[in-house]
Design a protein around this ligand. Sequence first.
Ligand SMILES: [Zn+2]
Length: 240
Amino acid sequence: MENIFSYNYLSYIYQKSSLIQMIPAPKLIDLSHIIFDGLITYKGLPAPIICDYLSREQSKGLYDGGAEFQIGKIEMVSNTGTYIDCPFHRYAHGHDLAEVPLEQFANLDAITIDASGSTSIGIEFFKYKEVRDKAVMVATGWSKYWNTDAYFENHPYLTAEAAEYLKEQQVKLVGIDSHNIDNTQGKTRPVHTILLGANILIVEHLCNLDKLPASNYKFNAVPPKFKGVGTFPVRAYAMV
Ligand SMILES: [Zn+2]
């Protein structure tokens, strides 16, 4: 007979109780662009090559019973699509993808900052918002130019002062739906330098940020666990 204190029994009771049925499942909002063969994410960096390593046709001879498989092969720079920057991207001794703990990538309390129509996003956008300990999503609307020439020039970015303020507020992560979180007209990258130097992760090339609520939701962007890599594509999403 099942012990009434066993985990299985308690979880059965929990699932059957009317209480759990009253809590709706969270809605998921996809915040990542599609990555496809030949896509240019960043002007000057090569596009990914996505092809078969083993095609379905080739695989037929390897299996019986009508089984066939495809094994893909991808050649790409790590800054492709919607991606996350870890400290190693900027600092040789910073944490890489394998060293950043899962807690920094997932289940983060998040807040949305509406910066649509602005190019230089300063401290005033964050000053009276509850950004402390949050994943801060900066919604600029720039993702509408994704995969066009207009995406790369005169894009929205954060100022160094805004980055300093977010560092002081000990935010967990900063996301933006633009080509770069830094101004790319010059050669300095103060926002990357300040945030990654403070172990604050950055997600760039997000989309659908206009679909997010103002606050009270979770943000997730988990990359694979590569050693010696600082940046990688993520399937970023919000749980609302
Ligand atoms: Zn970056």
